[in-house]
Each structure stands twice: as structure tokens, then as C-alpha cells.
Design a protein around this ligand. Structure first.
Ligand code: ATP
Length: 230
């Protein structure tokens, strides 16, 4: 992204600019932590990178494609193919099984479930250590198990970019480490780039580099990753 600004409530008395001209490049396969105080703009930044919200100005290229002129349909398509999401509140469908939740993103292309999707979902659940639970409704799983289902779901479309907004925020240390290890593994196995918002310095230290959002701006260049910039 280049010169990305984001204002809310434009033209209203409570208009506020939250991002003030962000320049950020994420290399293919780079695992980048995003830190910063509460309210500094981290989630707003992720929502823009994830094509869930549009910048007020500036440019944003995802996988080589300039996105700011795309219509909603094209953005949805690009998002579905290129970007996976894991959130703190993981938006799983609690009445559905773990397997069904992991298959959900695959539904977009075909419009119906098939055996191949079920096999792939079962494989992903195996990778996050949940084979035993694949037919359990996610509402019956623990918080850490649900977050692992969410990680498996985010990997379903093999996205080149994964956005993780405090995915370990409401987990105890052991569960948080397990979820982080899964993201690290997926990053190494498939070369997906990851933006990982966290308030946990120990986890940030295990990423390739850390950027800090302070008052809607990037503070410093962060720690060099050794990964060439795209
Ligand atoms: N839709 C919106 N309308 C108006 N203001 C918003 C909107 N979304 C976010 N903001 C404001 O933007 C600022 C940045 O919020 P954001 O959620 O990006 O911060 P954050 O760094 O992710 O915080 P936290 O660490 O607490 O999650 C806050 O002042 C917030 O109130």
C-alpha cells in the first residue's frame, strides 16, 4: 500500500481520519507482526488490506493487482481467492460441524459440497490436530479448538495472504502458542504471507519482522526480515 489514508464519518461533525498515509510492502512468504496501542488503527489497516473496507485515498496492490478502482464484485472475487482471515472472534457457525465449517469457503466456487472438499477439509483438520473432532459441532469445542478450526478454515483456499487479527488474544499461553505454531507451519509449508496483529511481544519476536502502528502511522521501519520486498 502507498499513501493509504482512512477517514470515518466523512462530512459529519464526528469525521475522523484514523490512518494517515501508510506505506507498507509485504513480501511473498513474509510473516509480519503488527503491534501498537489499542485504537491506533491496526484493525482498520487489516480491514483495508483484506478488502473488507476501502481506503479514503492511496493505492493498494494485492498479488500485483491494483484494487482501489475495482467494483465490489471484483473485490469479493479477489478476496475469496487471495486472502484468508483468522479473527479473535472467529465467526465460525456454531451449529455446524468442524468439517462443515472448514468446507464453507470452498462452497463459494462450486455452490455445493462434494467428496473432494470433505477430504480436503478432513486433511486440514488433521493438520491442526482435530481429526477426532471433525464431526463435532464447533459450539461444543473449547476456545483453543475453535480457533484451530478457524485456522484450518482460513487455509482452505490456499490463500497467498493470510490476515490474522489477534487470533490468540483470548487464549491461554499454551493454546496461543499452539495456534501460532500452526500459522508458522502454514507459512513455511505454503509460503503464504501473514499479517499478524498481536499484543504479545513474545509471539511478535517469533515473526520475520514487526511493524508498529501508532496514532494511525507506521512507527519506524521495524526489524529487518531478510526477506526481499515485493
Ligand atoms: N467504522 C468506524 N467508524 C468510526 N470510527 C471507527 C470505525 N472503525 C474504527 N474506528 C475508530 O478508528 C480508531 C482505530 O480503531 P482500530 O479498531 O483500527 O484500532 P486497533 O489498533 O485495532 O485497536 P485494538 O488494539 O483495541 O483492537 C478507533 O478510534 C476507532 O474508534
Amino acid at each position: 500500500m502507498r499513501g493509504v489514508r482512512k477517514a470515518f464519518n466523512i462530512g459529519m461533525p464526528n469525521e475522523a481520519e484514523v490512518l494517515h498515509g501508510i506505506d507498507l510492502s509485504l513480501a511473498r512468504g513474509e510473516f509480519c507482526a503488527v503491534m501498537g496501542p489499542s485504537g491506533s488503527g491496526k484493525s482498520t489497516l487489516l480491514n483495508i488490506v483484506g478488502l473488507l473496507d476501502r481506503p479514503s485515498s492511496g493505492s493498494l496492490r494485492i498479488c500485483g493487482e491494483e484494487t482501489t478502482q475495482l467494483d465490489d464484485h471484483a473485490l469479493t472475487r479477489l478476496r475469496g481467492h487471495s486472502i484468508g482471515f483468522v479473527f479473535q472472534y472467529h465467526n465460525l457457525l456454531s451449529a455446524f460441524t468442524a468439517l462443515e465449517n472448514v468446507m464453507m469457503p470452498m462452497l463459494g466456487d462450486a455452490g455445493f459440497f462434494n467428496d473432494r472438499m470433505a477430504e480436503r477439509a478432513a486433511d486440514l483438520l488433521g493438520r491442526v490436530g482435530l481429526s477426532r473432532w471433525q464431526d463435532s459441532r464447533v459450539g461444543q469445542l473449547s476456545g483453543g479448538q475453535q480457533q484451530r478450526v478457524a485456522v484450518a478454515r482460513s487455509l482452505a483456499m490456499k490463500p497467498p495472504l493470510l490476515l490474522a487479527d489477534e487470533p490468540t488474544g483470548n487464549l491461554d499461553t499454551q493454546a496461543a502458542d499452539a495456534v501460532f505454531d500452526l500459522l508458522r507451519q502454514a507459512n513455511r509449508d505454503s509460503g503464504m504471507a501473514i499479517l499478524f496483529v498481536t499484543h504479545n511481544p513474545a509471539l511478535a519476536a517469533r515473526c520475520d519482522r514487526t511493524i508498529r502502528v501508532v496514532d494511525g502511522m507506521l512507527a519506524g521501519a521495524g526489524q529487518a526480515s531478510g526477506v526481499p520486498q515485493a
